[in-house]
Structures are given as structure tokens and as C-alpha cells.
Write a protein that binds this ligand. Structure first.
Ligand SMILES: [Zn+2]
Length: 227
């Protein structure tokens, strides 16, 4: 079991909250919202994320369910699914059937392509031309930018689904990486997001044009730049 306070731990708030309950509070003991906020400063709605654990069989009672508790207290009765184990969490995620209508709208939104490898439905794999991609709609545990974890629907090919280790998609890390970009790159990325496809940059256009030059001309460009 990872340490709840391990800064290197790649986990969302619900998982950290579960570890905190087990390691700091302990089964049978009480805790307050205030203690939870102190343990997880700067994270909004941490109490909600901890309540999400109930979907995984964790028993946490509030004063409205247990009259012996003071209004601000909650009691951690019992741990459920070990949510810090991605495979266990995926296997026990609350399931409901995906309707045909939901599937159609997920396929359309994901442009009939696998969201993991990008292959289109019916297209053959480059490394394995005899096999064609079969797309299906699957559930993917996803850590959202505010640390909330949700199981979201994605279009995925059969091969990627079989090869998945159940680790969550990390919107929080994607956002953090984007925030590290300089202003110019960030504006460019926003334009690509609006258009739904990547554009070329002046740098790439210059590189491609340079590479298409005859060898001697490339040499002259380089020496002109060296001066
Ligand atoms: Zn795929």
C-alpha cells in the first residue's frame, strides 16, 4: 500500500483520501471535515472525493446516519475496494450498461477512432495488415484537473483494450504540462484545440523547407547562419 503523503504518488484525491483514512484515521475511528482539509490543503471538495469511496464499498458514516456522532464528526467504519490498485479499482468500478444511443454519441465524438492508438474502425494495423481494428466503447477511469476521479466513456480498439493495464487517464497531468508551455506555444495549442487538429509551426515549416534544399544549398544556408 502506498503512503498517503508520498509526493511522488500518481493518484487522485479519492485514492489519497482512502490511504489517509486507512493510515491516519484507522477503521472504527472518527474524523472531521477540518482534519481532512488540513491533510489535503488546496484541494477543493476533498470531502466529496472521500464520499465517492462509498461507490467502492467503503463504509463512512455521518451524524445523520449514526446518531452517536457529533454534527462535525464522521466515522470510518470499514475499508472497501483497495482503490490505490488500478486493476482492482477498474474491476470494481460502479457499472451500468452503455446504451446504444450513448455508444453512437461516443463514437461520433471520438471521430470513429481509437482514443489510445488513433486507428479508425475497419482500418488495418500497420504492423499487422491482416488485422482490422474493431472499435468499442469502454470505460476509462480518469483523473480530472481538480483531482476528481470519474469513469468516462471512450472509443477504443479491441487491441488497445486488451493491452490496457487499467491505469487512469490523467487530465490533471496534461493540464499541468500545458501550463508549463511558454505563452506562444500555449496560444498555438489553443488554436489546435479549437480546430480539432494540429497545425504546423513556423519552425517546422522552416525545417521542412530546409531539408528539401539540394545538399550544397543546405551547406550554404548553414554557413550563412554561422556568420
Ligand atoms: Zn487502439
Amino acid at each position: 500500500m502506498p503512503d498517503w503523503n508520498d509526493r511522488e504518488l500518481k493518484a487522485g484525491t479519492m485514492v489519497r483520501g482512502a490511504l489517509w483514512l486507512v493510515q491516519v484515521v484507522g477503521e472504527g475511528n472518527t474524523f472531521t471535515k477540518e482534519q481532512l482539509r488540513e491533510a489535503f490543503p488546496r484541494i477543493s471538495q476533498v470531502d466529496r472525493r472521500v464520499r465517492d469511496l462509498r461507490d467502492f464499498g467503503w463504509v463512512i458514516l455521518t451524524s445523520s446516519e449514526d446518531a452517536s456522532l457529533a454534527a462535525e464528526d464522521q466515522r470510518f467504519i470499514e475499508a472497501g475496494v483497495p482503490v490505490w490498485d488500478p486493476a482492482a479499482r477498474q474491476a470494481n468500478a460502479p457499472q451500468k450498461t452503455i446504451s446504444a444511443k450513448e455508444k453512437r454519441s461516443v463514437f461520433a465524438r471520438d471521430e470513429y477512432m481509437c482514443t489510445v492508438c488513433g486507428i479508425a474502425g475497419g482500418e488495418s494495423y500497420v504492423e499487422d495488415p491482416n488485422r482490422t481494428a474493431v472499435l468499442s466503447v469502454t470505460r476509462r477511469t480518469t483523473v480530472l484537473p481538480d483531482g476528481r476521479e470519474e469513469v468516462l466513456l471512450v472509443a477504443e480498439c479491441k487491441r488497445c483494450r486488451a493491452g490496457s493495464d487499467g491505469s487512469p487517464a490523467r487530465a490533471d497531468e496534461v493540464l499541468a504540462d500545458i501550463k508549463e508551455l511558454d505563452d506562444g506555444d500555449r496560444r498555438r495549442l489553443l488554436r489546435w484545440m479549437e480546430r480539432g487538429r494540429r497545425g504546423t509551426t513556423a519552425l517546422e515549416r522552416a525545417w521542412n523547407a530546409y531539408r528539401r534544399l539540394p545538399g550544397e544549398a543546405r551547406g550554404e544556408v548553414r554557413s550563412a547562419l554561422g556568420e
